[in-house]
Design a protein around this ligand. Sequence first.
Ligand code: ADP
Ligand code: MG
Length: 238
Amino acid sequence: MIEFIDVTKTYGEDSAVCDFSLIAPSGKITVLMGLSGSGKTTLLRAVNKLVQPTAGSVLIDGNDIADLDSVVLRRSIGYVMQEVGLLPHKSVLDNVTLIANIAGQTKDEALNNALELLELVGIDDSFHNRFPGQLSGGQQQRVGVARALAIKPNILLMDEPFGSVDPIVREELQDELIRIQRQLSLTIILVTHDRYEAIKLADQLVVLSKGAKIEQAGAPKDLIEKPANKFVQKLLGL
Ligand code: ADP
Ligand code: MG
């Protein structure tokens, strides 16, 4: 599990994240939902040490990540960003195998792993040798997910992963994410500002206001039935 303990991140005078504490249970999807600027990305990046908290700590399975080497840590955590960030001059297959190679898998292992993952995310063989620019937005996101999984992580961090794909493809990708998460029992923290996506995907839904203040956290059903306040009501469209 991932445990945030009193995490604070300040930039100059402003707190992007103020005193944030939460447990993201193993094998579950935790969704962070909030308006733009509420500190969601900062929280995600605190988990793979792309952001260094000003105060507080993040524990993974009880180990303070401050004591872990960043490179080693990032090899165990998949990260999917909104801008997929595939290498434009590498084929789809190479984009996925490269990461596995970096993570220390042998060539054969990396290739077999990549082939399996591309199948898992629904990318047909005929696309393997194309370049990212020749794929639709939804297909690129699928490759992005395969690439994040290429290091065989237990944890997947996803920052508005389906933000730039159209609604129908978005629903397909959400369904597939749930299937993949169950199949690999991944611990996922996913950021979104889309309430439908949040309600659909979350085992634990965390509604944040500015400074990553937790307005409410719990099962989506409980938030819908008993929103803690007007803010939660409004954000969930109730
Ligand atoms: P979200 O992902 O919810 O939109 P962010 O975590 O990106 O929010 O940002 C939270 C706040 O912290 C914003 O006000 C943002 O401007 C500020 N912030 C984020 N990163 C930096 C940075 N590197 N330098 C200065 N301010 C930052
Ligand atoms: Mg963000």
